[in-house]
Design a protein around this ligand. Structure first.
Ligand SMILES: Cc1cc2nc3c(=O)[nH]c(=O)nc-3n(C[C@H](O)[C@H](O)[C@H](O)COP(=O)(O)OP(=O)(O)OC[C@H]3O[C@@H](n4cnc5c(N)ncnc54)[C@H](O)[C@@H]3O)c2cc1C
Length: 417
């Protein structure tokens, strides 16, 4: 393999892993550097949904009034800890600019393309056993509504997703819902079932990626933080770590919510904020749901794994705060108890938080950085990094090898903000 083929990827999350896979398949010699352990960032304790149904971004008409009002309330699913943080306020102002119908639909089209691409890649990867033992489950996902008002409102969104994006759901009334998912309480308004969605166990997915990448000869260096880059003639020459410099021909920044921090060394600080979410993992309850479910009024997600069960979600903007907010964990339990007959099991295996890499327009950045011609970024996947990772890796590899992109890369440009 020629030395012109060497790629260093900063970040061993689901995005770095998928990027490494497609780059290696394209003939590159790939090294991943992670400041912690591979797969232990946001890609570890998330809800594990692969959700082509999640086409519409958080920034939509009305989001500012609806979401921001509730954000200062620590009991709300969305919470903004009041504090002076100029980067966060600048991010919110940018976010507000995208909260209109035209941008929402344009973002939806871009997300639809990358979500569909990723979904079909996951099918290929699992069905051909490229990836194994990730507890992949194709039963489908339920968006569950306790109140008729929210159910009826969502019916309009379902029409839009069906007609404009080709992502239909099966509507279920309250009676049909308990037939399909008898672990739910009686008396709920209903649900929309997305057969196209699937779920898996995120830690098992990351273990599967690691096995595959090592088998393909990808080098993975853990506990190796990139602190700087060395540049020469408009190109990056090396990634600097405390253990020494890693030279390469091309570089990828896939550092999730940390991307703006290390991006500084590349003169590129994209508007990505850490959107803190929580999860609680436990054994499967006796009455364990068959479906992945979003309990819509509480924005709480339920994921039944083959080997366990997870309640997750909530969104907290508190910077890079690493404390476990017990009130937020309590919200997850409260939401699950409202809808499920048997919402928990003991003992709790893990209480976890992760920082979602929230881009201000809801789209990831998959592009070359403006200043250095051999250096790329794949970050900002917000609430959908697992769902978008294979499409991201595939597109990135096409851009880096000069092949024809399989989806339009324009919406994911680095310089769009
Ligand atoms: C509660 C919760 C539930 C979620 N549920 C879902 C879901 O169901 N479906 C879905 O699609 N998405 C979900 N997400 C979002 C998803 O988890 C993220 O979008 C995704 O994990 C981001 O992946 P990543 O590889 O970009 O970042 P990460 O997984 O965070 O990886 C980034 C890596 O970069 C490393 N790094 C950072 N800086 C440096 C440096 N300077 N040097 C070396 N290494 C560095 C970190 O150590 C880390 O390992 C959820 C998130 C949360 C919090």
């Amino acid at each position: 393999m020629s030395s012109g083929q060497r790629v260093v990827i900063v970040g061993g999350g689901v995005v770095g892993a998928a990027s490494a896979y497609y780059l290696r398949k394209a003939g590159k010699e790939v090294t991943i550097l992670d400041k912690g352990l591979f797969g232990k960032g946001c890609s570890h304790g998330n809800c594990g949904y692969i959700s082509p149904s999640h086409v519409l971004p958080l920034c939509k008409p009305g989001a500012i009034t609806k979401t921001l009002k509730s954000m200062f309330d620590n009991n709300s699913a969305f919470y903004l800890r009041p504090r002076v943080d100029f980067k966060l306020w600048a991010w919110l102002l940018k976010f507000a600019r995208y909260c209109n119908e035209a941008d929402m639909l344009a973002t939806g089209r871009a997300l639809n393309a990358i979500l569909q691409s990723s979904s079909s890649e996951y099918h290929r990867l699992f069905e051909s056993s490229e990836l194994t033992n990730a507890e992949w489950d194709t039963t489908g996902m339920l968006f569950v509504f306790a109140t008729q008002k929210m159910y009826d409102e969502y019916a309009l969104t379902n029409d839009l997703l069906t007609k404009d994006f080709g992502v239909p759901a099966t509507p279920l009334n309250g009676k049909q819902l308990v037939e399909v998912e008898p672990t739910l309480k009686e008396g709920l308004a209903g649900a929309f079932k997305y057969q196209i969605d699937s779920h898996l166990r995120p830690s098992a997915l990351m273990a599967a990626w690691k096995r595959k990448l090592l088998e393909l000869g990808v080098q993975i260096h853990e506990n190796t933080e990139v602190t700087d880059f060395i540049h020469e003639d408009g190109q990056t020459k090396a990634a600097r770590t405390p253990a020494g410099d890693h030279t390469a021909d091309q570089f990828v920044l896939a550092a999730g919510s940390w991307t703006p921090l290390i991006g500084k060394a590349l003169g590129y600080e994209p508007p990505i904020q850490p959107g803190k979410g929580y999860s609680i993992t436990m054994p499967r309850p006796k009455l364990c749901p068959k479906h992945g479910m979003i309990l819509e009024e509480y924005h709480v997600a339920i994921t039944p794994f083959e080997t366990g069960y997870r309640i997750g979600s909530t969104m907290e903007f508190a910077g890079y705060d690493s404390t476990l907010n017990r009130q937020r964990l309590g919200l997850l339990r409260r939401g699950a108890s409202e809808y499920l007959i048997d919402p928990f099991a003991e003992p709790v295996e893990e209480e976890w938080f992760g920082w979602r890499p929230m881009s201000c327009d809801g789209k990831p950045i998959i592009d070359r950085v403006p200043r250095y011609s051999n250096t790329y970024v794949a970050a900002g996947h917000s609430m959908l990094g697992v769902s978008q990772a294979p499409g991201t890796g595939k597109l990135l590899s096409e851009l880096m090898t000069g092949s024809k992109p399989h989806i339009d890369p324009t919406p994911f440009r680095a310089g769009r903000f």
